[in-house]
Design a protein. Sequence first.
Length: 292
Amino acid sequence: MPSQLHEALLLLFRNRPVLAAELLRDALNVELPAYTEARIDSADLSEVQPAEYRADLVVLLYDGKPVLGIVVEVQLQVDADKAFVWPVYVTGLRARIRCPVCLLVVTSEDAVARWAQRPIVIGAGNEFRALVLGPSGVPEITDAEAAAADPELAVLSAMAHGDDPDPQKSLAIALAAMGASVGLDAARSTLYYDLVYASLGEAARKALQSMDPAKYEYQSEFARRYVAEGKAEGRAEGKAEGKAELLLKLLTSRFGPLSEAVRQRIAAASSAELDRLGERVLEAKDIDDLFG
């Protein structure tokens, strides 16, 4: 059964198909053909035979017609069987779409990436090689504008570097990804925030919870974006639920897991009360100070 991490990584590509092309071009230096759009295609790569071969995801780059097929495989551990099925994925898709095809393997461990990069010996001197992206190869996105332009890449960056030996680097990447998630729909915003937060190492997580706006200007900017988004959502919907959800996220980042009593108090707060609490988030030393 696919793991939660496996499905979460695939979701980034499903939500933004062009992410596969961006990683090939920018992280792996692959020269791509000219294209105008990227589409998700069927991942069923079987021929009219009893055997079934199904990849994780297939992205097609189009320029009026398919110009490149990208088989995306999320690989979380070494699996010797892949040496026999990965070449089938590529040749099966190539036969179907009649254009060049490549295999992009995304891993969460550099050791697995090194394994996946090994050439697969087909026979008689023929070899197959996958294009492999491990966590160390994922770009480090710390710029807020760059993250906002490509939220899925920003989240992938945070997931790859959340446990970096330098917790301040991890924190900067996480904050850029969290900020980029603010303007998305509620489902994606919540999911991406949770993925980023869960990927943080202990040191970076503690730094996030104890952030001092006097020392970290980018953190106060992040907080203001969250509060401003909550206000905008509240005005647009005429409800306080949007602001309450965003405020809960920020409070969890600053102070850690919240008690049920605090959650109920936020849920019951009026729109004006949520605005007041949002303005106090940066200065409050703890939850009691926030409400006091």
